[in-house]
Design a protein around this ligand. Structure first.
Ligand code: NI
Length: 172
């Protein structure tokens, strides 16, 4: 198994009501799952890389926060503008910045509120709106809001699995 992808890479899915319910549950549950994943870890454990050469668990938590702040912006841009270009960001630089040195509880507190907003927003999306599109600034590829939802549902579980996989390996 590639340690970078403990649950595999994101696999886009066709629209269905069942898939929508599943992804919305992923969005709703991510803050609790992430919080449970780091429960009872001490500072030394939090500053352990999830894999050789990878981010520390502390950085993984702050990265999810950085990434999902961008996600909510991308969703709102896609819902309010015609095929907007959404901005890529330098994720490795962002996790080095001063705000990402704050305790992981800061990121988790933000994620609880952020995901509540995201969940309420996504629940309000009409069937036709899932086909609204955006363009990613780095790849110039066009994707739908449906693709974006699936991507971030996967992204949260992907990073939670980095933490839980390391804990299993170490017997933590
Ligand atoms: Ni990520």
């Amino acid at each position: 198994m590639d340690p970078r992808y403990p649950i595999g890479q994101y696999a886009p899915q066709a629209f269905s009501e069942a898939q929508l319910r599943e992804w919305l549950i992923d969005i709703a549950q991510l803050p609790q799952l992430l919080e449970a994943a780091i429960e009872n870890l001490d500072a030394a454990q939090l500053h352990t890389p999830y894999r050789s050469g990878g981010w520390t668990l502390h950085q993984v938590v702050h990265h999810v926060c950085d990434s999902h702040i961008n996600a909510l912006c991308r969703m709102k841009l896609t819902l309010s503008e015609n095929n907007p270009t959404v901005k890529a960001y330098e994720e490795n630089d962002w996790v080095q910045m001063a705000d990402a040195q704050l305790p992981v509880n800061n990121a988790l507190t933000l994620l609880h509120a952020l995901h509540q907003r995201m969940y309420v927003l996504l629940q309000s999306v009409t069937p036709g709106q899932w086909q609204r599109t955006y363009v990613h600034s780095a790849t110039q590829q066009q994707h739908t809001l449906w693709h974006l939802l699936g991507m971030y549902a996967w992204h949260g579980r992907h990073h939670v699995a980095h933490i839980t996989t390391l804990r299993e390996q170490r017997g933590w």
